[in-house]
Design a protein around this ligand. Structure first.
Ligand SMILES: O=C(O)C1=C[C@@H](OP(=O)(O)O)[C@@H](O)[C@H](O)C1
Ligand SMILES: C=C(OP(=O)(O)O)C(=O)O
Length: 447
């Protein structure tokens, strides 16, 4: 089963102004999907700017275990030679996805419409996360599953000889569940339909269309999206350029906003409307973020963002915004901790089923550093001001908890220590180098 190297405590202390231009790595969602679609396309998919972090490297290894060829070239681009829809091979060993929910859930969908047995596992965080949300619709398509009780990893699944196309209404706001059903629909004869009452990141829909699938999206007057995918298409290999990940950009953006005197440019950030809830919220709080250059690549908008320090005020973040910033609440909570007044974040139930229970982890980390907050079952209220700091934060194998509290340390009166910075490598291996290059002060610590 996936295990991780020894934990590595790290401390952040109050820093001078942050400055410079920085480029965060490629988007994690698009990176996973480009490897997966490349594996079931015909020909060679060339990926520029793939995120080379543990989560995505585990997906690369999984696609190899399923028979695709996945290599990094001397030019830095990754090349995937795919097997065509329905052409994946039965792996000989267990596929270990480490810490990656997206990797494992989307791959379950990808293999579900083929009669091959595949066994999945993950690290101590991933084996606690709910998989029924994906197993239920895949079961309705005819997949057999043997899982631990509660539908947890490790589990083995085998797809049916003839999968059934389904119409599935996604019961929670989850792009992973939507994507797993659509990827299963690729190998299913007929039309697979996903009904999405709440709009979540749409990279799977965009990329399926880009690889040549017949996919249609209709949105009704209430915003409910109906996605129809024609099964068994011939997908054609593509050239994919991966924009910078807005969920990683969130850390320097919040850091530059809260550290006095800062002036930073974050380059080439993906500005997909389903991913920019944090920027919208920070602007409402009074942040100074300007778009300096806007462009488009592969059907996605990108921008360079100039971020200067600003004094923030608390706001109410409505529940409807949660899907467009679901991974950003931990770092928004840091901005809320320095903002004047109260920030109320609503509709946070999905935060509890991430790499850790992020709602509980954020509230505990804030309280440990003298920040007043109230944790509800699906909301968080932070009362901001000067941050005392001085606390030790339990990160629970969660990269975003580690990065968020290191940012808090840059503005706290006393240093903030996180018990393990090692997990940052799952999504943003260059985080420490980029942040210290811009002026952040991090130092090794004892747990
Ligand atoms: O589809 C994706 O790439 C992701 C969807 C989100 O998860 P949920 O679908 O569980 O909300 C997000 O938290 C995760 O980091 C990436
Ligand atoms: C929730 C996250 O990822 P995943 O679900 O892929 O583990 C994340 O990166 O914040």
């Amino acid at each position: 089963m996936g295990s991780h190297a020894a934990s590595r405590p790290l401390r952040a202390r109050a820093s001078g102004p942050l400055a410079g231009s920085l480029r965060v790595p490629g988007d994690k969602s698009i990176s996973h999907r480009s490897l997966m679609l490349g594996a079931v396309a015909l020909g060679e998919t060339v990926i520029e700017g793939l995120l080379e972090a543990e989560d995505v490297l585990n997906t690369a290894a999984a696609m190899r275990a399923l028979g695709a060829s996945v290599e990094k070239g001397d030019d830095g681009c990754w090349r995937v030679r795919g097997l065509g829809v329905g052409g994946l091979l039965e792996p000989t060993g267990v596929i270990d996805f480490g810490n990656a929910g997206t990797g494992v859930r989307l791959t379950m969908g990808l293999v579900a419409s083929q009669p091959i047995a595949v066994t999945f596992t993950g690290d101590a965080s991933l084996v606690k996360r709910p998989m029924r949300r994906v197993l239920d619709p895949l079961g309705a398509m005819g997949v057999e599953v043997i899982a631990r009780s509660g539908g947890r990893l490790p589990l083995t699944m085998r797809g049916p000889d003839t999968p059934l196309p389904i119409t599935y209404r996604v019961p929670m706001a989850s792009a992973q569940v939507k994507s797993a059903v659509l990827l299963a629909g690729l190998g299913t004869p007929g039309v697979t339909t996903v009904v999405e009452p709440v709009f979540t990141r749409d990279h799977t829909e965009r990329m399926l269309a880009g690889f040549g699938a017949a996919i249609e999206v209709a949105t009704d007057a209430d915003g409910v999206r109906t996605i129809r995918l024609e099964g068994r298409p011939e997908l054609k290999a593509q050239a994919v350029t991966v924009p910078a990940d807005p969920s990683s950009a969130a850390f320097p953006i919040v850091a530059a906003t809260v550290v006095p005197g800062s002036d930073v440019v974050v380059e080439g950030v993906l500005m997909n409307p389903a991913r920019i809830g944090l920027i919208e919220t920070l602007l409402e709080m009074g942040a100074d973020i300007t778009v300096v250059a806007e462009r488009e690549t592969g059907g996605e908008k990108l921008a360079d963002l100039r971020v200067r320090h600003a004094d923030l005020s608390g706001v109410t973040v409505p529940a409807e915004r949660a899907p467009s910033m679901i991974d950003e609440y931990p770092v928004l909570s840091v901005a809320a901790a320095v903002a004047a007044g109260e920030t109320r974040m609503l509709g946070l139930e999905e935060m509890r089923v991430k790499e850790s229970d992020r709602l509980a982890a954020v509230a505990a980390g804030l309280l440990a550093n003298g920040v007043d907050c109230t944790e509800g079952h699906d909301f968080l209220v932070v009362r901001g001001g000067a941050v005392p700091g001085g606390g030790l934060v339990a990160t629970h194998l969660d990269h975003r908890i580690a990065m968020s509290f290191l940012i808090l340390g840059l503005v706290a009166r006393a240093p903030v220590t996180v018990d393990d910075a090692a997990m940052i490598a799952t999504s943003f291996p260059t985080f420490e180098a980029l942040m210290t290059g811009a002026g952040a002060v991090f130092e090794p610590a004892e747990g």
